[in-house]
Write a protein that binds this ligand. Sequence first.
Ligand code: MCN
Length: 808
Amino acid sequence: MATVTEQLIKPKTKLWMGEPLKRKEDPRLIQGLGKFVDDLKLPRMAFAAILRSPYAHAMIKKIDASKAEEFPGVICTMTGEEVASKTDPFLQISPPPANRVKDYCLANGKVHFVGEPVVAVVAETRAIAEDALELIEVEYEILDHVLDASEALSPGAPILHEEAGTNLAYHGIWNYGDIEGATRTADKVIRAALHFHRFSSTPIENNVVLVDYDKSSGFLTIYNNNQMPMFCVPWLSFGLRFPSNKMRLVTGDIGGGFGTKIISYPYIALICLLAMKSGRPVKWSEDRKEHLTAANHGNERSFYVEIPVLKDGTVLGIKATAYDDCGAYTRYEPAGATIWAQVTPNVYHFKNFRMDFYQVMTNKCPVGPNRGYSRMQHMWMIERSIDLVAKELGLDPADVRLKNYIQPEEMPYETPSGGIYDGGDYPEMLRRALKLINYDALREEQTAARKRGRFIGIGVSTVVDSGTNNFGQVKILTEQNPFSGNSEAARVSIDGLGQIQVGLGTVPQGQGHETFASQIVADELGVTPDQIVVLSGFDSAINPYSHQSGSYASRSAVMGTGALLGATAKIKDKVARIAAHLMHSKPEDIEFKEGNVVDRKSGNKLPLWQVANVAWVNNTYLPKGMEPGLVAIHFWKPEFALPDSEKRHNQTLTYSPQTHVCVVELDKETGKFKIVRYAIVDDCGNQINPMIVEGQVHGAAAHGIGAAMYENFEYGQDGQLMSSTFVDYLIPTALDIPNLNTQSFTTPSLFAPKGIRGVGEGGGSPLGAIANAVEDALAPFGVTILDSHQNPQLLYQLITSGKMTNSN
Ligand code: MCN
């Protein structure tokens, strides 16, 4: 092991940013040394289990938990009635009347979807708690239910929440340019009814909560795997009537989140109540069926689209009505009812745009953020529309894209809704992606193959995905919403031995934040990344944070870097002042190089650790009046504005394009298809760690491929979720993911620190590329793809029945 001094004098020959360093996290994770919440065992720990609604919509007439309470090993039970007497409904961010919805952590008087928590049991073991659930008698009066967003708005539809008096969560109109004029002057208007299906993310680790209530101090320590823990504190604090300054939130390693762990606050609140009631630390670990049935799904959305076009393929605009199904409670919604606007009009130039957006509650699992949250639905709709235009006009879909792309010289480009794209060269990305699959030769091969009865399809999709959202968007819903902008925190310290430690608020779930943070700080302090310890996980008692901290919205690389640069700048400023004092030079002449602080004029230098030693313990050498210590915290925020009266504002800081080209071969005898080639060109601006970026591009692609080909939450007429286990809810294995031919293309962000853009979500691009490829393969059959889920059974029916679309 190298001594501190040896480590610090390692020569730095290059910038660490941009190096494909192996991830610091991986040795621990691949050796099984990661610490997840479920690994924690506290003395006297008890276990919770949850009885859930078997019905989509029903009144709870009576609950008798007495037999469960008498069951040996059971400590206590809790019903919705008790919850309602001890807590307030969770804060709603919808406008009235939907904000009157009463959302408690257990159903109170009524259930609204299959899987809604009804009664909780705490017992000595998980098995006892689960067995005791079977002893609870609940009498229900079944009500009519509604599973479709449009139907839920029709007169006479069952109302889910009487207190709101409507199933409408939000309705808004976005209207820019002159879409009616565009429609009048168009050579053609193409119309389609498109449906984006319900799916979600399936992190390897489900939700887990462990709560320890210390009666003597009144502190609640909440161990959980929420990916935005400090954001949920206000919800918990108001709901539980519990002071936020007595809550400590701790996450360890998190086994993936992908958005689904943004809103687990009803469960967190429930376990807090159970810990307080039982006087014991209580742990609850969600099982897979619970996760699939009742955690949260992605937004399901139907679109009625009109696209006015010129004969040469110029898209003049898009007019659409959208019905978004947010399930039984709004929770994080209706944020998704505005967030799509971040990336409309995707990468295209059209200025005329009208969107009539309805978000509606139905008797299905509530939705929540899910990788590509609310934007991928829209970009899928736009990418499908572009292909419909090409088909209708007999043009090549790649040419239609090239004709309509925003051009690099127009950057920064302002979209109709006020988004300011921060750079990019979409035409060049497409050219590169097409080259990766040898597009021209492939088109010839396709024609020849068709003659031999082989059906090859090529699908292109270009998306621009937002990173670092502006929460000001929720002011569109109601100005009362008490949050806007975005912010992140970092702490950098150099201790008296010269050892560097970094704390971040970003709460990673596998994205490699320890690694990227080390690279950024190493460059600033003139040391090597292995000399920097970045705290893993998150602990509100230790890590710095803002209430917007967390890993979501592909923000951590940008926001984390902003905060890290601020904190290191403060540290460097102090080190420079101390060093200048010691070397009789000027702070502005001090440089950080190879573990030393160097006076660039005289060439004199001091090891960084010696300056740190003076800062902490040898402090009589400090400049007169200087505070000892070397610790700096910085809060960083982008300069975001609020929406204007027409909902215009820059909704996110970075806009990362990705172009995917998918080639499928489809078997007309079965409707099954396989991906035979897949190319991706991504641009996330300057990369901190290209290896992590490539991993993220692969991960997001796998996610989208799974969604397009396998994953689908299907409900039966009775409101039961039919795909509630991995037997029915298919997720791809590594073997199902084709070889991904990836290439990075870099145009630095014009606005973000160090020219970085987000990369973590990928924009759901495979959904568009695969739908377009399948339709292209089926061109000889005249089939139009109107659904985002490509189910071979339905495709086979289309081929054989002469029906022309796969819409439901
Ligand atoms: N990075 C980089 N250079 C850039 C941009 C990013 O090197 N220009 C690297 C950084 O190491 C960073 C990683 O890529 O840690 C992802 O960066 P970023 O796009 O900022 O995304 P976040 O770290 O904020 O992670 C959130 C994002 C989202 S929104 C989802 S959903 C998602 C995703 O990350 N969930 C994930 N990727 C995931 N990966 C894993 N393993 N697990 C999840 O739950």
